[in-house]
Design a protein around this ligand. Structure first.
Ligand SMILES: *[C@@H]1O[C@H](CO)[C@@H](O)[C@H](O)[C@H]1NC(C)=O
Length: 205
């Protein structure tokens, strides 16, 4: 009687573990799909793949030209800011090119080095842009990324879509997949072993 109860409890536990393992596998599959659909295209679109050294030629705030976002129509996407323009010497090629902060900046506003955070008041934003310009002028030489095929002439100072980021993003679904598979294999192995033990027990009787 007790033995039967124990066996049922064990069976129920195994089924639950198996469900958990399979759910983890399915969930990781969905995460991979999501990453593949939403994140991978940005990475594969990014052409600024080669690292180089850039030397500052000119950093200035365009006189009285204040740009706004091109994208979106909400108020928060439509504030005005001083447009910082930065030209650098891409030293490997000896070319004067425009420097942008990230891939996103090129897509959102190709006129300015970066889009400052919207701080509410124009003065605050202006302070932010001034500080950034001072920093660039002090630094003079920086690491930058360019398009080795030269289809895209500009360079960027920071890669949002560094392939290393993709590896880190895939870490969670990979861990979940491995964990799920581990549970499934563990349950299946223990079922096989107990089946084997049961048949040997019968034979020995
Ligand atoms: C960029 O720098 C290289 C060497 O450092 C120099 O020969 C070249 O003339 C510079 N190009 C521009 C556009 O300033």
């Amino acid at each position: 009687m007790l033995r039967k109860k124990l066996v049922t409890a064990q069976k129920r536990g195994e089924t639950r573990a198996l469900c958990l393992g399979l759910a983890m596998v399915v969930c990781s599959g969905m995460m991979y799909f999501f990453i593949g659909v939403t994140i991978v295209p940005s990475y594969s679109k990014s052409v600024w793949t080669k690292e180089a050294v850039c030397r500052l030629i000119k950093a200035s705030i365009k006189e009285k030209v204040h740009c706004s976002f091109n994208e979106g129509s909400g108020d928060e996407n439509n504030f005005y800011y001083p447009c910082l323009e930065v030209y650098v010497n891409l030293t490997v090629l000896g070319q004067m090119v425009m420097l942008y902060n990230t891939e996103e900046t090129v897509a959102r506003n190709p006129k300015c080095f970066y889009i400052p955070p919207n701080m509410g008041s124009y003065n605050e934003v202006q302070k932010h842009v001034d500080t950034t310009m001072d920093y660039i002028k002090k630094k003079q030489t920086f690491t930058c990324y360019y398009d080795p095929s030269r289809t895209e002439a500009s360079v960027i100072s920071e890669r949002l879509y560094d392939p290393r980021g993709l590896v880190i993003t895939s870490l969670w679904p990979t861990l979940m997949l491995l964990g799920g598979l581990f549970i499934v294999i563990l349950v299946k192995t223990s079922q096989c072993l107990s089946a084997l033990a049961a048949s040997q027990y019968k034979i020995s009787i």
